[in-house]
Design a binder for this molecule. Structure first.
Ligand code: 1GP
Length: 240
């Protein structure tokens, strides 16, 4: 069994940069997995996240089972909904959307998921999830019916992330949203990281090497890339 969180802590302590690719089964067919997995396996990617805003329930298990056959990397569910929890993965980011004030995504979905998680072998990692405005409306905003936090209000973002830590969450994920126009900026990343005693994940709109390096140098421990992996082979090849 993998020990995902301990490995993340270990990597952070050793200043190793972590890179997660986000695969959305709604956008990829199972037939594409061997080719994608082979590219991922040859790259510097350290983790595979699987999830999305809208995924048909029946697709998740076969997708994860096939992926698992093709890679040794940890497969972590990044759920848009409880229907996306697959026990065939290695872990689960147990998200609470703490930037928002919608009880459904703060606690209700989590309560509903417990019957699925009881008895499962998934490593459940409590994660404070913060949606930050990026210049356009994103799927997370639409689905969760919450407003993103203003990019200009760094101190509120820092306080919100810290509240997640004080509540006992193990990771903080700063999300600009899939396909974001503006990725989370350097100032927000560095100020949040400076005030946190746990690993920081940053994602949304990162589509080239410069933006990736900016996120890391600002303080991201793990960067998540989805859209650019799907759409930009040149960028992907830089990561091989
Ligand atoms: C979305 O942070 C992830 O939840 C990745 O975003 O698709 O823009 O890379 P992109």
């Amino acid at each position: 069994m993998k020990n995902i969180y301990q490995d993340i802590l270990h990597a952070v302590a050793n200043k190793k940069r972590l890179l997660a690719v986000l695969l959305d089964p709604d956008k990829l067919s199972i037939n594409q997995i061997p080719e994608i997995a082979s590219k991922i396996n040859r790259s510097i990617v350290t983790h595979i996240l699987v999830g999305g805003s809208i995924i048909e329930e029946s697709v998740m298990d076969p997708f994860v089972i096939e992926l698992k056959k093709q890679t040794e990397l940890p497969i972590v569910i990044f759920p848009g909904d409880i229907t996306q929890i697959s026990n065939h993965a290695d872990g689960l980011l147990f998200l609470s959307l703490i930037s928002g004030r919608n009880p459904e995504f703060l606690i209700e979905k989590q309560v509903q998921s417990v019957s699925k998680l009881r008895g499962s072998n998934l490593e459940v990692i409590p994660t404070g999830y913060l949606l930050i405005e990026n210049g356009k409306e994103t799927a997370v905003q639409r689905v969760s019916q919450t407003n993103p936090m203003s990019r200009g209000n760094t101190s509120l973002i820092v306080d919100t992330a810290k509240a997640g830590e004080l509540l006992g969450m193990k990771l903080i994920y700063l999300e600009a949203g899939s396909g974001a126009t503006h990725p989370i900026n350097r100032e927000i990343i560095s100020k949040v990281k400076a005030d946190l005693n746990m690993p920081l994940i940053v994602g949304g709109g990162i589509s080239n090497k410069k933006q990736l390096d900016t996120a890391y140098t600002a303080g991201a421990d793990m960067v998540v890339i989805g859209t650019a992996f799907e759409q930009n082979d040149a960028f992907f090849n830089e990561l091989i």
